[in-house]
Design a protein around this ligand. Sequence first.
Ligand code: PMP
Length: 387
Amino acid sequence: PLYLDYCASTPLHPRVFQTMLDSARHCYANPSSVHDMGFKARLRVEESREKIARLLQVQPAEIIFTSGATESNNLAILGVIRAWMKKTGRTPHLIMSEIEHSSVYQCGKQLVEQGAEVSFLPVNRNGTVDPTSVKDALQANTVLVSVMHVNNETGAVQPIGEIAEVLRSMPDVLFHVDGVQGFGKIPVELEPIDLYTLSGHKIGGPKGIGLLVAKEYIELEPLMYGGEQEQGVRPGTTNVPAVLGLTEAIATALEEREEKAAYLTLLHKSAYSGLAAIPELVINSPEPPDSSPHIINFSYPKKGVTSAMMISMLGKRGIMVSSQSACSSKAKQSRVLMAMTQDEAISSSSIRLSFHEDVKLADVEYLVASIEQTVGELKVKNKFDLL
Ligand code: PMP
């Protein structure tokens, strides 16, 4: 089998696995307990927080461990907006792109229902947001701008540095970045970013853990109540092995980033040129450095062809891919591709390939040949040649 769905989840890095095994065995006390084993567990958590803070160049108190990026994104957006509304009693305005992950986008939709004003920014044909559109959307009541680093369907790298520049002169407007798909692939500078989301399982860490960096001046209303953990904004018993595993994953992702990115770029080039040679296939991703090297998205926009059909046909050849993110895999059409192309045939037949350092060049050759055969079979099946 050939797994090419590393955007949906990655295997544990061997170093992460070992760390988690050791801590799951020995470090089972509740880190909030005030006895010796509790103190020791607490110490491991706080050492982890300090290590991550050093690696991300932020303060330890600015790191909030969560259950994953979905929660981090919800906490960033709802937490900031609710705190602001509580303080000011005014109607808030938010800006986000049309291609945000559903855990950001649906927060925006919910807030609209609750009376907030939200500007959803369009993207160009390459799937990127124009920084001047952020500037043009700003209002007197704008509280937050949320734009992801790397899009999880197309790999398109968003101009977060330029957006941060636009916002630099506006200290009252906070900038949130969903860094899930960019981290460990593309360098990121957290200095001009106010809130930053990471997920463990996308970078060789465990599932069910992520973090939100929230700079110390930020007021967050908790999403849940019931405990004083995580600076009082995220209650619940700390998952010590997951925290230690996440820490190891972040460290290895940064240590190995350059080498992996160079290799992934080779895979991307090979896949890109192979796919570009297949007639009528449309590649929806830009090439690196405009795309992260671990993602390529393409469509076969022919009548009757759906993503599900192609996923199943590639599945019969042992190849596992996705169309959209796993969180929206029930939707028939990709919202991201609709925003980019306004083309239903492209948006309902898209396939996302996502790579990892375990993938071999020969795997990419097999992949391209299999896609070519699949397209050939679809042509015969639907008698496209006769139409
Ligand atoms: N943001 C992006 C860009 C993602 O790709 C994902 C995973 N599909 C998430 C957020 C949600 O991550 P998690 O699984 O940790 O909740």
